[in-house]
Structure formats: C-alpha cells, structure tokens
Design a binder for this molecule. Structure first.
Ligand code: ADP
Ligand code: MG
Length: 240
C-alpha cells in the first residue's frame, strides 16, 4: 500500500496564521508489516493518522491505489463508550452477522474474558487500552493505526500490553502504523522504523530492525540496537 501525502496545512483561524503540518510523507507499506513512526511531539503524527483514517480530507496526496483501505484506529485515549460494557464496546464496530467466537477469541488473546461484562469506568488504563486494541483488530483492517497507545502506562503494564499486542499481531499480521516517541518501544515492535522531522513533517530516514521476533523482549538487545542507531545516525537524536 503506497501512501504519499504531499501537503497538509491547517487553515488560519483568528490570529493564527496558516499552519503547514505535513511537508512530505511517503511510505510503502507491505502486507503484514509493522511500521513505527518516531518523531517529536507536535511533528504531525496524529494529523497524518487522521488523514489515513479518512477523518481529515483536507490534504494533498494519495493513499493506496483504488478503494479507501478499511481502517482500525487505536486513538491516543481509549475512547470507550461509558454506557456500554467491554463486550458491547467491541461488538459495536462489528457487523451483526459476526460470530460471537470472533469476540471471544480476541477477549481471550488480550486476557479480558473475565471483565467482558464490566463497564469502562471500572477498568484500569491498561485494560481500557487493551479493549481499544481489540476493537481495532476486530474489524479485520487493511491498515491498523495506533497513536501512542501506551502513553502514561507504567513500565511493567506497557510491557505486558506490548507483549499481548505482539502475540495478537503475530496471529493476525495486519499492516500497522504505530506512532511513538519512545525509541525502545519502537525497536521492540517494528519491522521498519520511520523517523520524522519536526513540524512540518518530512521523513528523515527509514531503517529496518534486524532483531529476530523472538528476541524483542530482550531489553539488552533492544538497548544495544538503540545505542548503535544513535551512534550511526546522529541526526535522529534531535528527533527523540
Ligand atoms: P503530533 O501528533 O506529532 O504531536 P499533531 O498532528 O497533533 O502532532 O500536530 C502537528 C502540528 O499541527 C502541531 O504544530 C499542532 O499544533 C498543529 N495542529 C494540530 N491540529 C491543529 C488544528 N486543528 N488547527 C491548527 N493546527 C493544528
Ligand atoms: Mg499526537
């Protein structure tokens, strides 16, 4: 799937001038590929995901070839409906004919079976994030967008959710665009890293992560590769 956003500007509002948010973003996403976008706060990552999700149509560029891709979107905040149970929040995005076993399997994979009848207010943040991940996978998307979904989780919880996400993704290898400003997290997850400039966004460089999938939980291996990157490509330091 080829993505090329040539330009995105936000219109002038009140005293604020026209704001260039994306100068140029191009990426070719292979089937089943997990790509992490790494870039500083305010560089245009959420803007890009909103464009890809079809929520923002005011841009110049092309996404895919023909039909708009089916999107799963994990927002920065879980955005669960408070008056629906966990299970109902997931079922809402599914066609009525979807078998219950589809939801059962996803709940099981994210270790949420026991709380499926609970309302979101009773969930921890880590659990809410897992529900949001299920909801995005459940639609069987062509492209799964994840916007810093582990921000403000404590380190052990972030690690647990990351490992559950990896297991789920290896069972169902969708194309993923995962936004983070945490390089360790990106290395632990990605096939490919895309480093983004400060606003207006351009692609600074794209790198492949050479660490085997079964070694991604090895913090020493991740850290060694991070140090190597920072040494080999000093230009990425300013982006982190
Ligand atoms: P990121 O997600 O990388 O932190 P955003 O995509 O949220 O960055 O924002 C990119 C830039 O566009 C920022 O400078 C931000 O202030 C600006 N921006 C975001 N949304 C709007 C908007 N609705 N109107 C004007 N400027 C915006
Ligand atoms: Mg953002």
């Amino acid at each position: 799937m080829k993505i090329h956003i040539q330009s995105k500007t936000y219109p002038a509002v009140g005293k604020a001038a026209v704001k260039a948010a994306i100068a140029d973003f191009a990426l070719d996403l292979n089937a089943g590929e997990f790509v992490c976008l790494v870039g500083p706060s305010g560089c245009g990552k959420t803007t890009l995901l909103n464009i890809l999700a079809g929520l923002d149509k005011d841009y110049q560029g092309e996404i895919g070839g023909g039909q708009p891709p089916k999107i799963g979107y994990v927002f920065q905040n879980p955005r669960l409906l408070p008056w629906r149970t966990v299970r109902e929040n997931i079922e809402l995005v599914l066609a009525e004919a979807t078998p219950a076993s589809t939801v059962d399997a996803l709940l099981d994979a994210m270790q949420l079976t026991s709380v499926q009848q609970v309302y979101p207010e009773r969930l921890s943040l880590g659990m809410s994030r897992r529900v949001a991940i299920i909801r995005a996978f459940a639609v069987n998307p062509d492209l799964l967008l994840m916007d810093e979904p582990f921000v403000s989780l404590d380190a052990p919880t972030a690690r647990q959710v990351r490992e559950l996400l990896m297991q789920l993704w290896q069972q169902r290898p969708h194309r993923v665009l995962f936004v983070t400003h945490d390089l360790r997290e990106a290395i632990a997850l990605a096939d490919k890293l895309v480093f983004l400039s400060a606003s207006p966004m351009t692609v600074v460089r794209t790198l492949t992560v050479p660490i085997a999938r079964n070694k991604r939980n090895d913090e020493a291996a991740v850290e060694a590769f991070r140090q190597q990157l920072k040494q080999d490509y000093p230009d990425i330091n300013v982006l982190l």
